[in-house]
Design a protein around this ligand. Structure first.
Ligand code: SAH
Length: 251
């Protein structure tokens, strides 16, 4: 069944209003008619099966006929901090990371970031990324849309380590701490529930950046002996962590 994330104010008791792109999609692409059903979520605390009662050009009205449980979110919160990659790779990271179960995306700038950072285009780009997260969350039957932050400076990124129980910086030259050990230590000894993976750009992090990150509370981890592309690295970290916590089919 088609799913839509709506703003909380689009739910008024049992009456649900679908507007904008969602209304357009439902009418024009899905060819919805009165009596058809969709699932609507307010992205917070309410998700319902909604039967369409009327359609007009710009909005669709429906009635909530069944409240649904919201149990598709991972118990652990995983943030992906991604140094801005080239081309449309950030979109891939957001789309795939949302499907897998990331809670938040933090794009950031680092020394070897090669993409031209254009503050003027920033708002538009963040908006597009948020739309990608919303659509991926709908497609993946998630109960919440992950947040996509606007681009952080390196200094702002460093401060994020304090916001989670465990912050890891993925470093291909790390020969001490391996991802599996790092995950097990965080889960067993620290009983951590919130995590952050920081991933470098195509050219990687500099040694100095790794030192600064460690001083700020990040733990440098290796994801194995192969060098992964920047858009692959976070997916691997995220998936391994969710696997270890029983979120990838299992318990
Ligand atoms: N240019 C570098 C590789 C950068 S890979 C080189 O050729 O040596 C891009 C990013 O992916 C890295 O900054 C790191 O965060 C992550 N990454 C890729 N492979 C990794 C691995 N095996 N272990 C940890 N991090 C890895």
């Amino acid at each position: 069944m088609q799913r839509y994330f709506l703003r909380p104010d689009q739910f008024q008791g049992q009456i649900v209003t679908i507007e904008g792109d969602d209304a357009h999609h439902l009418q024009r692409v899905m060819r919805a008619e009165v009596g058809d059903e969709v699932i609507c979520s307010n992205g917070k605390d309410r998700e319902a099966r909604v039967r369409i009662t009327s359609l007009d050009k710009s909005s669709i009205t429906g009635e909530a006929v069944e409240e649904l449980p919201m149990n598709a979110e991972p118990a652990v919160k995983v943030w992906i901090a991604q140094s801005l990659p080239k081309g449309d790779k950030m979109e891939i990271v957001i789309q795939k990371g949302t499907e897998i179960g990331a809670a938040r995306f933090l794009p950031f700038l680092s020394e070897r970031t090669v993409v031209q950072y254009d503050a003027k285009k920033e708002a538009k780009r963040t908006e597009r990324w948020q739309k990608i997260a919303k659509e991926a969350a709908e497609q993946a039957h998630r109960n919440r849309v992950p947040e996509v932050e606007s681009v952080l400076s390196w200094k702002q990124l460093l401060r994020q380590a304090d916001q989670v129980d465990a912050a890891w910086i993925c470093y291909e030259k790390e020969d001490g701490k391996q991802l599996r050990t790092a995950i097990q230590e965080a889960l067993e000894t620290e009983k951590a529930m919130s995590f952050l993976f920081a991933v470098g750009p195509e050219g990687g992090f500099t040694e100095q950046e790794i030192q600064q990150a460690e001083a700020a509370g990040f733990i440098s981890v290796s994801l194995g002996k192969r060098i992964l592309r920047t858009e692959t690295a976070a997916m691997v970290g995220l998936t391994c962590l969710l696997y270890e916590t029983g979120e990838m089919g299992g318990s």
